[in-house]
Design a protein around this ligand. Structure first.
Ligand SMILES: Nc1ncnc2c1ncn2[C@@H]1O[C@H](COP(=O)(O)OP(=O)(O)OP(=O)(O)O)[C@@H](O)[C@H]1O
Ligand SMILES: [Mg+2]
Length: 110
């Protein structure tokens, strides 16, 4: 999809990596979830990815977004890395309810 709407190869890799990191968290911490990937035309061309789960949620999102923070002795780079790879990144999480990550990358930005 990213290739089709004009992303360069490096951007395609960045998007795939971000999707992979965030969905890997779902598998690891929430077991199951869903991913929605779509393209945008307005205000410019881009890819938007929404990753949702109904898992345990994250008690302190700010802490989880910090480089190196991990509750399983991982690198703790998945979420902050995904944020850096995309242009927009939002995370909403409620303990006991689940987590939703919404991220967007625009063609031709940066
Ligand atoms: N979907 C999720 N549900 C519950 N907790 C999550 C979820 N995603 C992330 N977390 C919490 O946030 C922490 C940081 O996530 P992040 O992806 O940055 O690092 P990690 O998964 O621990 O390590 P890495 O991704 O580098 O292997 C996790 O250790 C986990 O505690
Ligand atoms: Mg991770």
């Amino acid at each position: 999809m990213a290739a089709r709407i004009g992303f360069a190869a490096t951007d395609q890799t960045a998007i795939a990596t971000a999707v992979s990191e965030v969905t890997r968290n779902v598998v690891k911490f929430a077991d199951t979830g869903e991913v929605e990937i779509g393209t945008l035309e307005e205000p410019r061309r881009g890819v938007r990815v929404v990753v949702r789960d109904a898992g345990p949620g994250i008690p302190d999102v700010e802490q989880a977004m910090r480089d190196g923070y991990s509750t399983y002795e991982g690198l703790g780079l998945g979420l902050p890395g995904a944020r850096r790879l995309m242009d927009e990144f939002a995370i909403e999480s409620d303990v006991g309810r689940g987590t939703t990550v919404t991220m967007t990358k625009w063609v031709g930005v940066r």
